[in-house]
Ligand binder design. Structure first.
Ligand SMILES: Cc1cc2nc3c(=O)[nH]c(=O)nc-3n(C[C@H](O)[C@H](O)[C@H](O)COP(=O)(O)OP(=O)(O)OC[C@H]3O[C@@H](n4cnc5c(N)ncnc54)[C@H](O)[C@@H]3O)c2cc1C
Length: 370
């Protein structure tokens, strides 16, 4: 079976590699450089518990499912790439510095308790025992033991290596302009002025997914970009956080490469990726409020990424209404977390014709126009 995957981000690479493992011939088209897009900007949190919002129960379950599948994903990746990043289950401290924050942390705690998550309210003294760098201004804290994180940049390098080692064909600097299909059947993709025939196409082009011509009007992915600015600070011996720390406004994620990711803004600015003074100021102020010793850290990077957000903020994964056409897009704030569940289930669906029941509610056809 010949499959074209459009987009070389975390989702396209993971899916393409899993399809190769199941014996398909895969060509991956990337308009720029594979692995260099939003997944490279991300903080690398695998945090279904800290991140779940009040109306996002389905997303929490998807995140849980994907986190459970991470060990298998990494084991297979080690076989094919020869190296993988470590899955770090360091946990999250959810903290607040004033009365408004305290109420919000309490509400977040109550909601998680109702869902039977492992979460405990702890005193600010206990929070400082867990994380000595916390500001004395922290007045409220909850501990979530089950959240993890990963070096997302190393993960992308491993996926690229595994894709190559498994014999995948990589076409970089090659945007796909159009899906070619006739009478409800995919025939190929159009790129570089030519039609490249194939049996199936996976659209994994992040927030650019619905800019590809020829996608069926009956199941448009309806993805919009949500801009996120994020900073990378270099740790020093005076400032080496041991766990992820988040308040209602900001998060700090200590990475195994000796940096801290401090993020992130969430802005409706279309496809604009310009970093702004205001964004950087807010992140630094909010981060400093939680961990004052970041003040002296070298600022290594200011990065901006575009989260691919669907209409309902849930991903679209699976068959898209034309024979041979599949979507893997709209992963919004959780593409690193959802990579295993997306890749495993889509590969099952495409190769073994076995749609994953638990992913039914993320079908691209849920937006189908009647
Ligand atoms: C600041 C920030 C922090 C984040 N932190 C986290 C986190 O901690 N944990 C987490 O799970 N998620 C996080 N995310 C979200 C995560 O990064 C995204 O959900 C994920 O990267 C989306 O991956 P993707 O492969 O779908 O899209 P992308 O990474 O955007 O990749 C899409 C690729 O498709 C290519 N492309 C587009 N159009 C075409 C075309 N026509 N032809 C060929 N190629 C094309 C693009 O060049 C790009 O390489 C964060 C995002 C941001 C911005």
């Amino acid at each position: 079976m010949k499959i074209a995957v459009v987009g070389g981000g975390i989702i396209g690479l993971s899916t393409a590699w899993q399809l190769l493992r199941r014996g398909a011939g895969v060509t991956l088209y990337e308009r720029d450089r594979a692995g260099a897009s939003t997944g490279d900007v991300a903080a690398g949190m695998l945090a279904p518990y800290a991140e779940v919002g009040f109306e996002e129960l389905n997303l929490m379950k998807l995140g849980q499912l994907s986190l459970e599948r991470y060990p298998q994903f990494l084991e297979e990746l080690r076989e094919d790439a020869g190296f993988v990043p470590e899955l770090d289950t360091c946990g999250t401290l959810l903290v607040g510095v004033d009365r408004d924050d305290a109420q919000q942390v309490r509400r977040l705690y109550d909601f998680r308790k109702q869902l039977d998550m492992r979460i405990e309210m702890i005193s600010s003294a206990e929070a400082r025992e867990r994380e000595p760098l916390l500001s004395p201004r922290v007045v409220t804290a909850a501990w979530l033991a089950d959240d993890g994180q990963i070096d997302n940049r190393k993960l992308l390098s491993a996926l690229l290596q595994a894709f190559r080692n498994r014999g995948g064909q990589l076409r970089e600097q090659t945007p796909v302009d159009e899906l070619v299909h006739r009478s409800d059947r995919v025939e190929g993709v159009r790129a570089g002025g030519k039609t490249h025939p194939c049996d199936a196409v996976v659209i994994a082009a992040g927030c650019w997914s619905d800019r590809i011509a020829g996608l069926p009007a009956t199941a448009q992915p309806m993805i919009r970009p949500l801009k996120g600015q994020i900073l990378t600070l270099k740790q020093t011996t005076d400032c080496e956080p041991v766990c992820m720390i988040r308040s209602p406004r900001v998060y700090l994620v200590p990475k195994s490469d000796g940096t801290i990711r401090l993020g992130a803004t969430s802005e409706e600015k279309g496809y604009d990726t310009t970093p702004t003074a205001g964004g950087v100021k807010e992140l630094l102020e909010d981060g400093w409020e939680l961990v004052p010793s970041i003040y002296d850290l070298p600022l290594e990077e200011v990065r901006t990424g575009l989260r691919p957000a669907g209409r309902d903020h849930a991903p679209s994964i699976g068959y898209a209404g034309v024979e041979g056409l599949y979507y893997a897009t709209g992963h919004y704030r959780h593409g690193i977390l959802y990579a295993p569940v997306t890749a495993f289930s889509l590969a099952d669906e495409i190769i073994e014709n076995r749609p994953h029941g638990q992913l039914k509610e993320f079908s691209p056809l849920r937006f189908k126009k009647q």
